[in-house]
Unconditional design. Sequence first.
Lengths: 354, 302, 267
Amino acid sequence: MTERNAIEARNVVKAFGQGDSAVRALDDVSVEIREGEFFTLLGPSGCGKTTLLRLIAGFEMPTEGVILLDGQDITYLPPNRRPVNTVFQSYALFPHLTVAQNIAFGLEMQGKPAAEVRARTDEMLALVKLETMANRKTSQLSGGQQQRVALARALAPQPKVLLLDEPLSALDLKLRQAMQIELKRLQVETGITFVFVTHDQEEALTMSDRIGVMSNGKLQQVGTAKEIYTRPKNRFVASFIGETNFLTAEAEGGKVRLGSGDVVNFDAPAKGTVTLTVRPEQLRLGPADEAGAIAATISNLVYFGTDTHVHLELADKTELVARVQSPATGDAGFERGGKVGLRFAPGALQIVGD
Amino acid sequence: MSPAEEAQIKQSARNGWLLSLPAIVVLTIAASGPLLIILLYSFLEGGTHGNVVWSFSTEGWSSILWTKDIFTDSYVWADAHLAIFWRSVKLSLMTTLITFVVGFPTAWFIATRPPKARAFWLFLITIPFWTNLLIRTYAINEVIRVEGVLNLALMQLGIIAEPLRLIYTDTAIFIGMAYVYLPLMVLPLFAAIDRFDMRLLEASYDLYASRWHILRKVILPIVKPGIIAGSILVFVPSLGAYVTPRVLGGGKQMMIGNLIELQFGQGKNWPLGAALSLTLLLIVTVALLYYVRVANGEKKHG
Amino acid sequence: MAKSSFQVARLPGFSTVALLAFLALYVPILTLVVYSFNSETTMGNWGEFSWKWYERAWDNQAVKDATLRSLIIASFAAVFSTALATMAALGTTRRRSFKGQTFIYVMINQPLMVPEIVTAVALMILFGLIKTITGVHGLGYLILAHTAFCIPFAYLPIRARLEGMDLTLETAAADLYASPWATFRRVTLPILMPGVIAGLMLAFVVSLDDVVITEFVKSAGQDTLPTYMLGQMRRQLTPEINAISTGLLVITVVLLTAFFLLTRKKD
């Protein structure tokens, strides 16, 4: 991985429709995607992630802003002249061509000599382990196999950047997990920059070097998986990735006072009302009479197998969820209506913006 | 919107037009454009041996309704024309009605078959649909003419002693049109019934409806667009029918189509023929506009 | 005793009416076919099975000429109208709706809406004028007229095919360095082909079947098979007409079967 940028979007705006009914799918988005990295655009449907991908591919043009590839302005270059390939959500395999013909398509269009096309196609078939399927029609393949053909087809012309538009969403859970590992392997082996679009946080967390979280046409935060999970910038990022609790508190110099009146040590930079977030697994439960612990009542228990979600209620009716590992005996000793003492793991509390 | 986007949209619209243009040109020359010529001819004076004389006249239009009596020089109602108009409208409405009465159960029958059998029955209805109209008219002629199979069979069975003289009557034309236009009614009805959600029937029975209630209150209202489409598809060509009344009416029982032909043939009254053509076109247009309005209304509610 | 379960979709009497309707549709056609093999001239007496009327039709120079003319006109009209309809279908589908699109739809479907007799009369007048002025009487007029009214029939299956086509396939082709022309040649056209062939066949059948417009537009000695038959029907009817009809019927059924098989694959 180098520090050069493969893709750079500067102040990109994309509006659909005209006048008052116009919708801003992308609202002043700037992002830098480094050469050789696995970059994921993560967000709920309608957040603008696919639109950004289509602008990079050249299927659509931005209303404002510039898109650079290797430092070159490609904003208005048609898709067939961009060294960028896409793996489509629906795969978009050509139904009238065989597997091998699908993979060879881009190479032929580039005018590569027949021998090279053949060699490269074979190489790609081997890479995705579909050598025996070369002469099948794509309609005869399973979902996972179609997925691999789509990958091979997009990788065959050795693009500078590979764009993947929710490519795993049509697969069942097991296949999806296998393909996640496969994708990461292909990315490492080929060294090509991957830009991956998904609404699935698990996919994003497991595969990406860096993640860009989007919502409402805006890029909310860019960072590594760890950064985004542990240091969410705002309420949206905190709640979209993983589960979390929110608390409203008054910061007063090295301490915060919760709504319940309990005071917790916390080095807040600001004074006044703040929103705090804390992950369920960072809550520690102990005996109700423990010194320094916050008094809480168990309002509900939900058993998940590996762990149990303990729903808590503080003195001021603030609700929190704690995740507790289920012990081997299966019974953690909690019961509905029981009283417990609550502590936060060190460094677990985070201030988030709105 | 950026200039590049606007240019793209303009380009797309221009391509749409350019690609459609050759078809539009051919259709203008050989389908729509010539209609203007009829309009022109309807306002010209008729020539003695057919064709027209290039001077303005409304005689073509007025002679649809009135004819000049040569002896008294007064205008009298053109009874023959009115009779032909009346026959055309009457037979077309009757044809539409009978094809619906027969076609609806037929379409229902096809739509409720299992998928494989349905394809077979549908194919059986499509063959007559695409078979030459003249051949089908001739086929019905084989059945109902004086020495036709119908008479042969009835006399053989001793039901009648003398052959029925059906041919060259209004009844013959009616039977012929019902026969040739039945598939035009069945196909749109089938399309509508095919989209009908049969679970609605279960829901209706569950809510204590009888079969008769279901037909009237559930099925017919929902498949109404198909009924209207089928009716238009039968009514419009019936009104303009030419081949069927010519073969089965034997030149005696004319419909508008035959009256129009007559003006360009033996009648040698081209302006009248042109005016009659436009009248026919007008009636058809009104029927089509009514259809569009009802169809759009359905869309808004549904 | 096994009771049949309650059938929700059953409406009393409907099946009976339907089966009678099919019977009514096919009895006349079958009568026509059967009597084409009757060695006698009248329906009253059935002689024996014979190919006599087919042989007579085959030896009839007028029938041969009319058949050839019908096939020539139908071939040209089918090819021309399908080419035009394909372009128009490409122009009117799968793009942002544009100004004038409704006008294009109306124009294309206009032959389906205007009564044939009206178009026939209009064309007779227009082409009559052109014939008088230029002195040219060729099959061209008939081919042009047939091309026009075949366009909506060819347009229908092609448009349906285009609308059912996955738009991302073309996007994918562009993504894989195909120019717009290469995308059309290598992706759009091959996928569109079944629709084009279906359109071609429908247009061919429609042209082959036309009576009214041909009857009015043709010059002397330009009879097609249907107008020849119409002319014969004024005279004494012989089973020769049955034989010719049966021949046309067979062509229609063969083409339709092919059409069905071709369009069924899609699902």
